[in-house]
Design a protein around this ligand. Structure first.
Ligand code: GLN
Ligand code: ZN
Length: 782
């Protein structure tokens, strides 16, 4: 056994904890408040209880640096915008503190009726004051409200939330380390309507507000503040680097009584390392999960007094860590720097993992034993800190348990499937190539399908009404038997197919009524996945997701969609698209095993989907759509890493799509994306038809496809499915005309932006009737 390193205890930090409550208490409280069933006092009371429980839990588990202000009613970026008074004028409230109504209007629009698209992005419904735009928080599945700043923006202190919550914790006996979103990351995330204006240039105006917050925190007793600057994981331009220097120079000078723990996460410091190490801060946090290689260089370069916070427990994934191996790495660092100058932490805030694996009574005990959610991760952190402070002997049992789990997971028959490994090894380049080039395939498909010009179709799902969800829930609970549930879904499907036929759509879909979610539905039928009951993580505001846990080799024991396709096909003579979710999307929306490369996992899923594609073809499907909604969002943060990702992502798609005959038409669908950066890779996917989201950009997003001479067929969405508004025939005609200015009629499909599952039938019916009218009207003129 190693002897203790140095007397003194290594402090543990969590950087932030889940806000939602072990039983989604925050969601319930918010929804109740929004619907008017309860008042603000009740909502705020629930929030205070959640915070108190979080602090108590961390204190009882031995966390030294307990965060405060990591809680949020909706989103911490929105909190920061409100704190600095960056409230766009449409929301009013340009003096005094910002109240709940304004806050929620910024979050959800003033009607409070936020529409959600099939993959969980929310958008304002077009009536009343719109919500702020929302986008992904770095490369996570958490979405934040994008601050809007303008030239000459005036800032003011408009919320004392960080100070209030610090004091609230203090009153309960917890001395916390408040968390603030750093000013530079805040500005880099903000947008301006004026494209020539860089919000980062506002740093000088913003700093006094932060200074005032720090001053009040200090006056309330805070000595340390955690400043989150995840922008340090991005490639930063000179202006942003200068802003970092200015900001942290200002704090050091104006608020010497506050020690700042500057936190970088979601990646290594990369080219920002020298800059980060030169800033006059008291501590620097490193993400050593995404970038473990940076440790040695940082340790070598860091000035002696700088406290290094070592993010060694994965804050983005749910596997128990190999604690002994971590200690092998950490002990030399501790010897070198001493316990006073090191903290142990997760790689990033624990916001991105579920709360407590002990809530999962039904999980396979073997798999459950491999998992660590927030509570278990805190346990791992304290085990590491104890071992570092008092020697491994002090936590002998816990280390032995960790070793045993690591060994068991490695050896488990559940994880390894020799047939999958063998099949993967046998993948040849030919398997990722269609037999003929697109030009030839299109002829074969044209002969088989004889579609009109500007064929009309939809993206797959039709309204998941309350009735549909109720039936599924009843089936899940056992209140509805499988025969009754199936009969119900058949009825919905039949009605939807007949209706599409009636209104004259050219290519039909079955409606996806049998699916709870476009990823979970497949994951549930594949080997290698497990599911939680309470493993929710925040996607945005009150919307949480429960990602499947991909723990082992993926295989498809039997067809997953063929029976439903066949049934739907039997109801019509029109082409019926088969509907699948692609490998990269399944991967990106799951918690993925960390013992093999993501590219390998992706190929495994691709082979499973490939089998499904073949089975659909054998059953007679002439068109198969493989959705890759999440391909863009899986892009690494640093462009230097993009190509490697895109290579395997594209290869995975091609692997699942290429086993078919020329006359089988492969479609794919992508949600709203900045396509410009990745258009070459999208083309390389070589789908015969791609549908994309373009209606809100008035076809601007089509530009990327035009400029790069995208060769295959395209369906640029003409119907904004995020809004309940029914687009008129004229409006959609105009969008199609714009599209026809840019691409040939033979290349153009007519479809909505995305699936219709979040819309109501009352909206979908007239909208699709209009869409068909727009297409047929235009067709006559061509
Ligand atoms: N086929 C899916 C649907 O229509 C696609 C959704 C998505 O890409 N987000 O719901
Ligand atoms: Zn979509």
């Amino acid at each position: 056994m190693t002897s203790p390193i140095i007397a003194g205890t290594v402090p543990v930090s969590t950087l932030g904890t889940p806000r939602i409550g072990p039983r989604r208490e925050l969601k319930a409280a918010l929804e109740s408040y929004w619907s008017g069933r309860s008042d603000a006092a009740a909502l705020l009371d629930t929030c205070a209880r959640l915070r108190a429980a979080n602090w108590a839990r961390q204190a009882s588990l031995g966390i030294a640096n307990i965060p405060s202000n990591d809680f949020s009613l909706y989103d911490h970026v929105l909190d920061t915008a409100v704190m600095v008074g960056a409230v766009p004028s449409v929301y009013g409230a340009n003096e005094g503190s910002v109240g709940l109504d304004t806050y929620f209007a910024m979050a959800r629009g003033s009607t409070g009726d936020v529409a959600t698209c099939a993959h969980g992005h929310a958008h304002d419904n077009g009536a009343g004051v719109p919500a702020l735009e929302m986008t992904k928080w770095f490369d996570t599945n958490y979405h934040f409200m994008v601050p809007e700043l303008e030239r000459g923006q005036r800032f003011r202190l408009a919320s004392s939330k960080p100070v209030d919550e610090y004091r609230e914790a203090a009153a309960l006996g917890y001395r916390t380390r408040p968390v603030l979103l750093g000013p530079v990351t805040f500005l880099t995330l903000a947008k301006s309507r004026d494209p020539g204006f860089d919000p980062v240039s506002l740093i000088g105006d913003l700093l006094p507000i932060y200074g005032e917050v720090l001053r009040r925190l200090a006056a309330s007793g805070a000595t340390w503040v955690q400043m989150d600057e995840p922008c340090l994981a991005l490639d930063l331009n000179a202006v942003t680097q200068a802003a970092l220097r200015e900001a942290y120079g200002f704090f050091a000078h104006a608020l010497p009584q506050i020690q700042i723990m500057l936190t970088s996460y979601f990646g290594g410091l990369g080219g920002n390392r020298d800059l980060a190490l030169s800033l006059p801060v008291a501590g620097l946090h490193l993400d050593l999960i995404r970038a473990q290689d940076q440790l040695d260089d940082v340790v070598a370069q860091a000035r002696p007094g700088l406290v290094l916070s070592l993010g060694v427990i994965d804050g983005r994934n749910i596997w128990r860590a190999d604690l002994s191996r971590l200690l092998d790495r950490l002990e030399p660092v501790l010897r070198r720097r001493g316990t006073d100058h090191v903290e142990i932490a997760p790689s990033c805030s624990l916001l991105h993992v579920p709360i407590d694996v002990e809530q999962e009574a039904d999980l396979d005990p073997e798999v459950k034993n491999w998992l660590a959610f927030a509570v278990q991760k805190i346990g791992e952190l304290t085990t590491l800190a104890t071992a570092l402070s008092y020697g491994r002997a002090a936590v002998e049992e816990r280390l032995a348990a960790s070793d045993a789990v690591v060994a068991a997971r490695k050896a488990s028959a559940k994880v390894h499937n020799a047939a999958v490994t063998a099949r993967l090894a046998g993948v040849t380049p030919e398997m990722t190539r269609r037999a003929s080039p697109f030009a030839e395939r299109r002829l074969a498909q044209g002969r088989r399908l004889s579609l009109p010009l500007l064929p009309t179709t939809t993206i797959g799902s039709f309204p998941q009404t309350g009735e549909v969800r109720k039936a599924r829930a009843a089936y899940g609970k056992g209140a509805l038997d499988s025969a009754a549930y199936e009969a119900f879904v058949k009825e919905e499907t039949a009605r939807t197919v007949r209706w599409q036929d009636e209104i004259g759509l050219d290519v039909l879909v079955h409606g996806e009524f049998e699916r709870n979610d476009m990823v979970q539905y497949f994951a549930e039928q594949l080997d290698g996945f497990a599911f939680t009951k309470h493993g929710w993580v925040q996607s945005y505001g009150s919307r949480y997701v429960r990602p499947p846990i991909l723990f082992g080799d993926v295989a498809r024991p039997r067809p997953m969609t063929v029976a439903w396709w066949r049934y739907a096909r039997s109801l019509t003579d029109k082409p019926m698209k088969g509907m699948l979710t692609g490998p990269v999307t399944i991967l990106n929306w799951s918690f993925v095993r960390d013992d093999v490369a993501r590219s390998t996992v992706s190929r495994q899923i691709a082979l499973a989907i490939r089998d499904e594609v073949q089975d659909l073809q054998a059953a007679g499907a002439a068109m198969i759509q493989i959705d890759e909604a999440a391909i863009r969002e899986g892009l690494p943060l640093r462009p230097a890493e993009w190509q490697a990702y895109l290579d395997w992502a594209v290869e995975s798609f091609r692997l699942c799509a290429s086993g078919v005959k020329d006359e089988t038409q492969i479609h794919t669908h992508m949600c709203y994306s900045e396509f410009n950066d990745i258009i070459v890779s999208i083309a390389a996917m070589d789908a015969d038809v791609i549908s994309i989201e373009t209606s809100r950009s008035k076809m601007e997003l089509l530009g990327a496809f035009v400029e790069d001479h995208y060769p295959n067929e395209i369906g640029p969405g003409v119907y904004d499915i995020h809004s309940p508004r029914v687009p008129s025939v004229e409006e959609m005609t105009e969008l199609l005309e714009r599209a026809l200015d840019r691409i040939a009629p033979e290349q153009l499909w007519v479809n909505p932006d995305c699936g219709l599952k979040t819309r109501r039938w009352e909206e979908v019916r007239p909208a699709l009737v209009n869409m068909v009218a727009a297409a047929t009207g235009l067709r006559r003129r061509l």
